[in-house]
Design a protein around this ligand. Sequence first.
Ligand code: UTP
Length: 476
Amino acid sequence: MQPDSALLARLARHRQDHLLRFWNDLDEPAQAQLLAQVSAMDFERIDNLVAKLVRGSESSVPPIESVGPVEVFGLPQTDAERSARRLVAEIGHDALSRGEVAVVLVAGGSGTRLGFEGPKGTYPIGPVSGASLFQIHAEKIVALGRRFGRPIPLYVMTSPENNDITQQFFDDNNRFGLSHLRLFVQGNMPAVDSETGRVLLATNDGLALSPDGHGGTIAALNAKGPDGGPSCFDEMASLGIKTLFYFQVDNPLVKIADPAFLGLHLQAKAEMSFKVIEKVRPDEKVGVVVTVDGMPQVIEYSDLPAELAERREPDGRLQLWAGSIAIHLFELAFLQRLASGEISLPFHRALKKVPYVNEAGELVQPSAPNAVKFEQFIFDALPLAARYTLVETDRKVEFEPLKNATGPDSPATVRARMSENFAEWLETAGATVARASDGSVPFGLEISPLFALDANELKTKIAPGTHIEKSIYLRP
Ligand code: UTP
C-alpha cells in the first residue's frame, strides 16, 4: 500500500513528513493504522497551536491591574438565609421531577499522578466497602432518580484508551442500577516536540496522542454516536433535557445535581454555573474565578502571579478566594452553541515528558520535559456565557479529590474525609460516634447513597441513640 500523493504533499507542506519515516518497514495493518491517524490530523490547527503555544510567547496572565474579585452566592449564615436557600432548592426539585436534568461525568483523564492500573473511576475508594468511585457516583444518581420520581440519565466521558475497560466495568456491575447510561469518547491531540513543533511518533506506526483535556467534553458530546447514531446532545434534547450537571470522576463527595445549586442557576437564567470553595492560602493549588476588566474567567493556580494570589481584603481574607472545584451546571443550548463552532475554547500548553521514537527507530524515554501537549479546559466556557452564577460550598463537605498515590489528595485523605463526614451525618441523625481523643474518627464509616443521600434522610433510617464504636457500612 502507498499513501496517496495529496496526503504526502499535505505532510510536506506542514513539515510533518517524518511521520511516515518507517512506512516501508510496516506491514499492511500497521500502515493502515498509521494512515488513519495521520489522515485524521488537522495540521492547519496544529500549525496554529505551535505558532502560538510552542514558538510564541503569548502570556495567559492578564495584566494585574485588570484583575478583580467576582460575585458569589456565599454559604447561608443566618436562619433567614438558610430558609431562602431551601426555597430556591424547590426550583431545582421541580427541574429534577420534570426530568430536565442530565449528569455528565468526565473520566477521560490518564490519572498519571495516582499511578493506578485502570481507569480512575474503578479505584476502590469506599473506606469500608471498597466501592469504586463509579459505584458511589452511580448510586447517588439512582437514589436521586428515586427521590424525584424520574431517573436521571448519566453520560460518562472516557478516552480512546480507557473507553472499553470502563464500559466493561459498568457492564460487569449491571451498571450499578442506572436506567440510562451512555459512554462517549473524547478526542485526542498529538504531542509535539517542544523544540521543533513536529508531531512525535510513539511507535513506528503510531503518533504520540493524548486526551484533549476536559474542554474536549463539548465536542465529544456533539459528535455522532457509534455507527452514525445521534450525538449525546441530540439524544439529550429528545429526552427533554435542558440542564447538565457536570463533574469530575475523582471527587466522591460531590453533591450530584444539588437542588439548591440548580435552583440558583435556573433562577438567574444562567448558562453556566460554578461551585466554588474559599481559597484560604495563597499557594493553594486551585484555580480561582476572577474578573478581568469586569469579565469573568478562571485563572489556573500555575498562572496566578504571587502578587495577585496574596492580595487581601481589609478583613484579612484573600481577595481572589473563589476556588473552582470543577463542579458546574450548563444549559444544553449554551453548549450546543459552543459546539456549533462560532466560538470555541482556547487550547493551553502543557510541557511534559513524552516517550518517542527517534530517527533511528529507537524508543527514547526522556529524563526532562521534551514535548508540548495541547488541552482545552471546560472552565474557559465561562467568559462565553451570557449569564453565570457562582455558588460557595464548604470544602469539607463537598471536595476531597483523589489525585495522588500518597500525601494530600490521596486514598488516605479521601477515606478519612469520607468517614469524618459520615460521622457528622450520623451525629446529626441522633447517633453517637466514638471518637479518638483528638476528635478524629478512628475507624472507617460509610453510608451507601442508596441507604441515605444526606443526614436528613439518615434520620429516618436509624434509631436515635444508636452508638457507633466500630467500622460500619450502611446499605439497603
Ligand atoms: P486531572 O487534570 O486531574 O487529570 O483531571 P487526570 O488525567 O485525571 O490525572 P493526572 O493529571 O494525569 O494525574 C481532572 C478530571 O478531568 C478528567 C479526569 O478524568 C478527571 O475527572 N479529564 C482530564 C478528562 O476527562 N479528560 C482529559 O483529557 C483530562
